[in-house]
Design a protein. Sequence first.
Length: 256
Amino acid sequence: MPLLSVKDLWISFGGLVALHGVSFDVEEGRIFSIIGPNGAGKTTIFNCISGIYRPGKGSVTFRDQNITGQKASRAATLGIARTFQNIELFSHLSTMDNLLLGRHIHMKSGVFAGALFFGKGFPAAKEEIAHRERVERIIEFLEIEAYRDTPVVALPYGIRKLVELGRALAMEPKLLLLDEPTAGMNQEEKRDMMFWIRDIRDDLKITIMMVEHDMNLVMDVSDEVMALNFGVKLIQGKPEEVRTDPQVLEAYLGTD
């Protein structure tokens, strides 16, 4: 049984149909990438999975539960986390505090309730300590210890992308949606991100869906690739199959 199953997904905005009956499955433990030109419907699929959009037709099933049209908070509770094409962080909070915000679905006392306790024996104190320990492990995993207490606004762009990734990991997802994780990065930062993506799958055992324009990255890390154009699924298969498909060459790479 696939971890995620999308069946006959349709959605339109006004008179524009953004997705035309798209179907696919994502198996657990895989890196599944979606490619296509701008406006192909890639991020729209992410928005339907994560509860930001309600599709007009079709279904989204995650871990055997129908989550079609459910709120984003419900998707997060079930184990779906995501990053965004444009970084969505609290710029004047530190790296640590931004990652702690990713723990909100696991908290009983609130994100900053620990500031109100007076001793380590208080339940809020114990919870605060446990969440901070979890976040410290993520900071160590991503090798951003030097930026633990630095406000995000003062961080280099590439580090901010890692902080956003870390906040998603703090949610302990079963499925991680990465929307253009290397957008705006230089080549060295892209190479580093490629290693993080593999390590997240291999070491943390998190299934990954990725929207990405860098074809070299997609072909290097993906187990399976799906190509879209104008909301229509062109092909789904192994990276090399997709890379050499005539429809992909014409629609995505601009050749025939």
